[in-house]
Write a protein that binds this ligand. Structure first.
Ligand SMILES: Cc1cc2nc3c(=O)[nH]c(=O)nc-3n(C[C@H](O)[C@H](O)[C@H](O)COP(=O)(O)OP(=O)(O)OC[C@H]3O[C@@H](n4cnc5c(N)ncnc54)[C@H](O)[C@@H]3O)c2cc1C
Length: 606
């Protein structure tokens, strides 16, 4: 120990200097790692997660291929052996494990926040990953270091958040999930990232609040925080759902401003490379959208009569829109996909998603020359709500219930699940949800006839409020029924449930009757059935369907995996999810020899 006046020991001073240099080198390394390496580590982690999901997606594609091959090999008549999951304990265990994970991940919901368990889990993992890297290796870190680290992490995540919201979504293509479903993660990840932005901002304020407004680049940072907070507040469901168009307009403008300002803020300290890829992602989506748009318009203007659409009022709140596309360029879509439609006649351009109710190979083969001349028919059934769809209804009503309109459209979007490997396919729709289930069923029938699908039993359940709704897609139903006649090996049932009084008919049912699932008086049943031109395959009933019981009955009679596609009102979706969360769809039932049941839900909401 040295005392005042002592001559410093040169060796001790050199050792102290070396130790201090080493400490500062370690500090520098930790700081440097936090600022440069951790954002990259987080990206590695996210890329691995997407990689795992992509592998699962590929596994399901391989399974579907294997099942189809099994059917082809099974017998010449194409009858599925269907015992895959009941044969062998290991196969049953595998199916039971998949069933258990699907029930927990997709069918269970977190109360009040309405996220599925998978969405909630992914959000929690994402937030935890951000916090772990933010708080890792904290040796001798100052509050300023934390602030910098949080800023770097936040900046590096902006391209991901933007990427998750894109319609032309590379992550979605890799993992087999449509943009409308990824939107949930876009929102919940953006909210998680806001926590890191708050750490960045508040730690700066703690260090030196004057500095926040002192320099140009710090003022930009403050502006980012404020804009981000406004975006988050506006995105909460009650505001977003109530004022969707205003929300959407502000969202686009504010997000563009946020990314630009975040870029300028981070570029001031040479970290602009974290943020600018967000513009690349955004630009990629726009270019794809405009290319799709131009192709869909056959490079015509929407005002060209050949690229217009016909709209018709079907009932007080239902519109049918029909367009033909692909006369010059080949255009296709998968059953269950949707398009974004905009009608310039209704004022400032806003586009809304609607599911295509037809299939691309809709016209009969004999009509192929006509198809080449006119293109493929696209039909949408649109339920009038309060905004754009109400204006659409008022417009067509003012023009006598039918008119031609210029139309902009882009798409198709959505990645509907592959149901070709399933032995039994159930379709459940409520109201306009039929625009999803009907083309899915017709596409399946087409594939069965080409030996590209395994279905041997098809059940189609449609609940409508009025008998008149049978007319919405009667020609598509008629085509479906003629396809059924061409596939006698498939057992086929259509059940229509009319849940309120018949329009133009005095029959009105009490709520008791509706719950009891009353049989229709034959004369009325026949009258409706003739709308589809076939009375044997279609059963019309009055009352609400008891979907749980119907599906249970179907599942019990199946000797192979079962798929259930559902689309319609929220309560219907809840009922089906509930029915398939245990009991006859449970892993235990599979272990006892029951079939595996997969649920595919289309929600018509984002
Ligand atoms: C993938 C998908 C497919 C759909 N298919 C059909 C279909 O075939 N037939 C049908 O009738 N409806 C369908 N919808 C719902 C349809 O898009 C909305 O009902 C329509 O956009 C409402 O427009 P609006 O201005 O009249 O709505 P408003 O009355 O203003 O709002 C009603 C609800 O619609 C939602 N909404 C409004 N605009 C949009 C938008 N641009 N994108 C997404 N949601 C929006 C809002 O959250 C709001 O809760 C589908 C939705 C999605 C996401």
């Amino acid at each position: 120990m040295s005392s005042p006046g002592d001559t410093p020991d040169p060796a001790a001073s050199a050792a102290a200097a070396a130790a201090s240099a080493e400490a500062s080198a370690i500090m520098h390394a930790i700081k440097h790692k936090g600022e440069h390496q951790y954002p990259i580590d987080i990206w590695y982690f996210l890329a691995s997660t997407v990689g795992v999901a992509a592998v699962l997606n590929v596994a399901s594609v391989i399974w579907a291929f294997w099942r189809r091959q099994e059917v082809r090999r099974g017998t010449t008549s194409g009858i599925v052996s269907g015992k895959a999951q009941t044969n062998g304990i290991f196969t049953r265990l595998a199916y039971a494990a998949v069933a258990a994970s699907r029930i927990v991940a997709f069918r269970w919901r977190v109360p009040t926040i309405r996220l599925s368990i998978l969405e909630a889990l992914l959000t929690a993992i994402y937030l935890m990953a951000l916090l772990i890297w933010l708080l890792a290796n904290t040796q001798q870190l100052t509050i300023t270091d934390y602030s910098d680290r949080a800023g770097h992490i936040a900046g590096s995540q902006i391209p991901l958040i933007v990427g998750l919201s894109m319609k032309n979504n590379i992550i979605g293509y890799l993992i087999g999930v449509g943009h409308e479903k990824l939107h949930v993660l876009h929102r919940s990840f953006a909210r998680s990232l806001f926590v890191i932005v708050l750490v960045h901002g508040f730690s700066r304020v703690t260090v030196d609040h004057v500095q926040m407004v002192e320099f140009g680049w710090t003022r930009l940072g403050l502006a980012c925080g404020i804009i981000y907070a406004i975006i988050i507040l506006m995105s909460f469901a009650p505001i977003r759902r109530r004022f969707f168009e205003i929300f959407y307009m502000f969202h686009v403008v504010l997000v563009f401003a946020l990314i630009l300002i975040a870029y300028l803020h981070s570029a001031a300290s040479n970290f602009g490379y974290y943020v600018w890829p967000a513009f690349v992602v955004w630009g990629f989506d726009r270019v794809c959208r405009y290319m799709r748009y131009l192709i869909l318009m056959d490079f015509h203007s929407p005002f060209n009569s050949s690229s217009q659409a016909t709209i018709e009022l079907l009932s007080a709140d239902t519109i049918r829109m029909t367009a033909r596309r692909g006369a010059t360029l080949p255009i296709t879509w998968s059953a269950g996909q949707h398009m974004y439609l905009a009608l310039p006649s209704l004022g400032p351009v806003e586009s809304h998603p609607f599911t295509i109710a037809t299939i691309p190979n809709d016209d009969s083969p004999n009509d192929s020359s006509a198809r080449e001349r006119k293109g493929k028919e696209m039909v949408w059934i649109i339920r009038a709500r309060d905004g754009f769809t109400k204006r659409m209804r008022d417009y067509v009503t003012g023009l006598g219930g039918k008119c031609q309109v210029p139309i902009f459209m882009h798409g198709p979007y959505g990645i509907p699940a592959d149901i070709t490997p399933f032995s039994t396919c159930v379709f459940v729709a409520g109201g306009s949800g039929v625009t999803y289930t009907l083309p899915r069923m017709r596409d399946l029938l087409l594939r069965v006839s080409k030996s590209q699908a395994c279905a041997q039993r098809i059940f189609f359940i449609w609940a409508i409020r009025h008998a008149s709704h049978l007319e919405w897609l009667s020609s598509e139903f008629t085509k479906a029924l003629s396809m059924v006649r061409e596939n006698p090996s498939v057992s086929f049932v259509i059940k229509i449930y009319i849940t309120s009084s018949v329009s133009g008919n005095s029959l009105s049912l009490s709520s008791d009757d509706m719950e009891k699932d009353v049989e229709t008086p034959t004369s009325i049943g026949e009258k409706q059935v003739t709308a589809f031109g076939d009375s044997e395959l279609v059963e019309v009933k009055y009352g609400r369907p008891n979907v749980a019981t119907i599906i249970e009955h179907v599942v019990h009679g199946s000797d192979g995996p079962v798929s259930v596609d559902v689309s319609g009102p929220k309560l219907l979706l809840q009922d089906v999810r509930g029915a398939l969360s245990g009991g006859f769809a449970s892993p235990l039932n599979i272990l006892r020899g029951g079939p595996f049941v997969q649920l595919n839900v289309e929600t018509f909401a984002m």
